[in-house]
Ligand binder design. Sequence first.
Ligand code: GTP
Length: 597
Amino acid sequence: MQIQNVRNFAIIAHIDHGKSTLADRIMEQTQTVSDRESQAQLLDDLAVEQAHGVTVKSRTVRNYYTADDGQEYEYNFIDTPGHVDFTYEVSKSLAASDGALLLVDATQGVQAQTVANLRLAQDNHLTVIPVINKIDAAAADVERTAEQIRSLSPDFADVTMLKISAKTGLNVHDVLEAIHTTIPAPTGSLKQPLKALVFDSQYDAFKGIIAYVRLMDGQLKPNDKLKLMATDQPVMANEIGIFTPQRVAAKQLVAGDVGYVVTGLKDPQALRVGDTLTSVANPTATALPGYQPSQSMVFAGFYPQGDHYHDLQLAVEKLALNDASFHYRPESSDALGAGFRCGFLGIFHLQIIRERLHDEYGLDVLTTAPNVTYRVHVKNGDDPLIVDNPIKFPDYSKIDYVEEPLATATITTTSESLSDVMKLATQHKGELQDMRNQGDLVVLEYQLPFAEIAYDFFNALKSVSHGYATLTTELAGYDIADVVKVEVHVNYARVDALSFVVHREDAPLMAQELVHKLKFVIPRKLNPMPVQSVVEGKALARVDVPPLRKNAAANGEKRSTSKKQALLRRQSMNKRQSAHSDIELPQEVFNAVLDLE
Ligand code: GTP
């Protein structure tokens, strides 16, 4: 295929605006997939994606399209996720594209991620084609949506709006035509040395690391000797190919193409997404700019259940290869032994990674309560300590002051839900910064502690707004906060993995609530076990986990007094011997911390 007939583009949109449905229609109308295959959504094939009905991973597909001008075009598209926790995945896909279809649901109009994704596309200098979707729906307001899109960017002032139904296929043909008439062909040269961007990767149990590449210049054949420029890591092109959407081997890839390289590398750490692949014999002079590493916003400990540390290690390494926004490093806890401190872009991301560990690696991990990063200034210290693990939170007597991360949250909601949404934001310590109308919707901007939105804010927002409100968040710096560490002591011994950090004003209530929850989930022992929440050395709440056996001294026991006394003596011996907490911690114990209001 001539490079001038190649088009590389991404499909971007707010969550649920119909990207995957449009991707399916494009594959169908270009006969990339058979009718039988297109019965089901083809691209969201991860179990987590089907379970949640959302796209988590970007997907790449090559299609051939015979246009109305009689020419055949190669369309490489990347279907991207819409949820805010996966924005990093979108930005990687955009770096491999020359254009983007910006899909907007006509029943909802422009939403927060529409704006955020458009900004990402413009940052990558892509040609953006706005497309209004779901025009078949009864609630569609096509004209209002068109107005909203026009007001997003001066580039859209005079464009003819494409109005489609990805569901029924209506006007999808117009989209296929607009792609080759509007989006530019790649600009690379076949004669230049190979320069390929690694924009994604995957670990295959048989083939090792597979790099997803976009060739900027040059060409690539099977068995070429290659190297990764950032690390000088040699790579053999064992197999190369394209996505249809399944991987299909090819004889060559040329400038402008999107495809894959089976690298033969087995160590999951040997390749970093964003690196440049070039040839050993004739290397390119400069590497591509690559990506900014993503910044983790939420952290949690992952611990193996039973004796599976090494399985977990391999699994997190491989997952990190497939998801460059997931970070991990080894850590250990007194209560749980060796595990990993993991960093995520948000709480939904955490949940997805846990489920992928289960689905793809058969591992159920113990997950400690998530937390954000604190900057702890200790007395007489110079630089603040960066604490992303409550276990490492210094003793209160040593702390001068603590700073916590703040978020700017942009919430778009209907006017009917406005008061409930505002109430929710205030409950989460939100301070209103700005409020404006956008058509019939209200856009609110709040500043609030990142920890407040890191947990369940998104779900709570969906629930108070009956599913209509949307949220985007951005880190807005750090500010001084009066936070304390809540420790949990079981049988007078601290269980480090259960510690968490909260605002001082919330500590007493949470401490109470927590011990009452723990009472029912901590495995019982032969003797009663006190469970205490301790803040700054003081126990704020206490319950006793009842013992496994009957109380020997209980009234109504048909035993002689001397037998009862003997039993009590034995029990008190037991009690003294076990004044440490060798308890096992099932996931329910951590959920008790997670579920705190
Ligand atoms: P994420 O990848 O999770 O962000 O979602 P998405 O943008 O890929 O949306 P998806 O294609 O999964 O569609 C979301 C829902 O909208 C599904 O229930 C689709 O059936 C529905 N949908 C998509 N396109 C249309 C359309 O043109 N008309 C109508 N009525 N429904 C549509």
